[in-house]
Write a protein that binds this ligand. Sequence first.
Ligand SMILES: Cc1cc2nc3c(=O)[nH]c(=O)nc-3n(C[C@H](O)[C@H](O)[C@H](O)COP(=O)(O)OP(=O)(O)OC[C@H]3O[C@@H](n4cnc5c(N)ncnc54)[C@H](O)[C@@H]3O)c2cc1C
Ligand SMILES: C=Cc1c2[nH]c(c1C)Cc1[nH]c(c(CCC(=O)O)c1C)Cc1[nH]c(c(C)c1CCC(=O)O)Cc1[nH]c(c(C)c1C=C)C2
Length: 477
Amino acid sequence: MATAVVIGGGVSGLASAFYIQKFLPKYSKVILLEGSSHIGGWVNTTIHPDGGIFEHGPRSLRPVGEQGRNTLQLADELGLSSYALPIFRSDAAAKNRYLYVKGKLCALPSSALSLFRTLPPFSKPLIASLVTEPFRFRSKESDETIHSFVRRRLGQEVADIAIDALCRGIFAGDCRYLSVAACLPPLHDMEQKHGSLCAGAIFGSKGPKFKTSGLTRRAEEDKWASWSLTYGLQQLTDAMAAAVTNTRGGEIRKDTRVTSIKSSPNGKATVISESEGIEADLVVSAIYSKDLAAILPTSMKELREDLSSLPSVNVVVVNLEYKDNVLPVKGFGHLLPSSEGGPVLGIVYDSCTFPEHNRKGCPDSTRITVMLGGSWYNQLLSPEGKLPSGPELVWIATQAAAKQLGIRSHPIRSHVSLQTECIPQYRVGHVNWLAKVEQAVDQSNLPLKLVGSSYRGPAVNDCINNARKMVEAMRPV
Ligand SMILES: Cc1cc2nc3c(=O)[nH]c(=O)nc-3n(C[C@H](O)[C@H](O)[C@H](O)COP(=O)(O)OP(=O)(O)OC[C@H]3O[C@@H](n4cnc5c(N)ncnc54)[C@H](O)[C@@H]3O)c2cc1C
Ligand SMILES: C=Cc1c2[nH]c(c1C)Cc1[nH]c(c(CCC(=O)O)c1C)Cc1[nH]c(c(C)c1CCC(=O)O)Cc1[nH]c(c(C)c1C=C)C2
């Protein structure tokens, strides 16, 4: 009888436990240990008694690529297909994304035709950057910042405005530090293999054609741009948790923080929490690398130091709800490039993307989420280093909505969450860092595997797919 212990009950830990049960029957016991009372990690949905939904973490998933299809397949397996809420590619919520620059909302290009127009805040049509792109020099470096990569290939303006904002809207981070090889591997590979992004887009492999069924077929045939679930994204992690506990030998223990891992002489490990020690044949770490460093044996000094060196950012998430339809435009949301200054990263127009999540009987109400902080978190702090109080943060977010969207009314409901160290920042050299860390783990005497947003992508789809790949690599041939 073999035992697997999964540390961390976020989407990565839940997916690891689910796939171990599915593909590795030799682990007759699969025990997931979660330090807090909440299962799902950053996936966290509040459903108010009137049916109105606030997402405090991720809110939509992409259906495309290996990762996107894998999550759809998982949702199918979990019996969630009738709960899927798609955004179609033709919907305003899919087509319209905005930048807020110099006091104006500026629509980003949403069609091939719009590439030929000069769209503010850009000084020339984006096609001008694309036609010269194949002739830009190819870097000899194995990695560089996203900003320098895009400036080199597409010009200063695209890097300073569009890519700067995009990195704030995905990593809450600064493209002048983030690694292109680790954060945007498809773009990096296009240059490495084809010499240019345009050539890569034209001649690059389109990837194998996958057989589709169930949700993957619906998503492809009906042209989904992204999706959520009737009860928000936590419905996915709740269903994963239910599947794990309903399978024989599966167990989830909440409020069980792992304090150390020790190697045992028989190749096993003992996973120690405040209440007990569990002897495990396999240990999966599904926690932030810095948290893993803190529970590894002190003898693993270099690995602990490496794991601790991965930075991450704090994000303040403010959900606001207004009684009426107060949005001046329809779309997914808007982002602010860092040149705008201040701690506001962007605003998501939740009631436009998922009107089904509005409170019952109030289809015209407006829900938005103001995201603040990230790499600019310090700008939120007082000179004494103190974060404003909850009501002060609601005021800051409401003022941002008033200035950027012209919303003058008072919110009828609000919620503030401080998400501490929530998005790891893959800086230049991350790929080498990861190779070194993984080699050290393989050579250690612990039966340890690493998954989670610290390593190969922060998107929920990445977390789930990387957990599946980790488990599949251990399948007997
Ligand atoms: C505001 C925000 C918006 C986002 N938006 C999107 C989006 O739109 N789309 C998208 O794809 N992704 C989005 N993401 C990213 C995505 O949500 C995360 O990267 C992903 O959920 C990380 O999952 P994880 O399981 O790897 O880690 P986590 O969610 O961090 O889970 C780790 C778990 O381990 C537990 N833990 C830590 N230490 C211990 C210990 N010692 N013992 C036991 N348990 C421990 C923690 O309590 C936590 O529950 C967003 C993230 C944030 C913060
Ligand atoms: C303003 C801050 C943030 C917003 N979302 C996130 C932050 C930090 C976090 C986040 N958003 C997405 C992902 C997953 C990426 C993936 O590979 O799937 C994460 C970690 C999705 C996403 N959000 C935006 C884009 C372009 C993407 C990529 C997927 C897609 O095209 O849907 C842009 C965006 N994010 C936010 C806003 C307001 C915004 C744009 C208008 C909020």
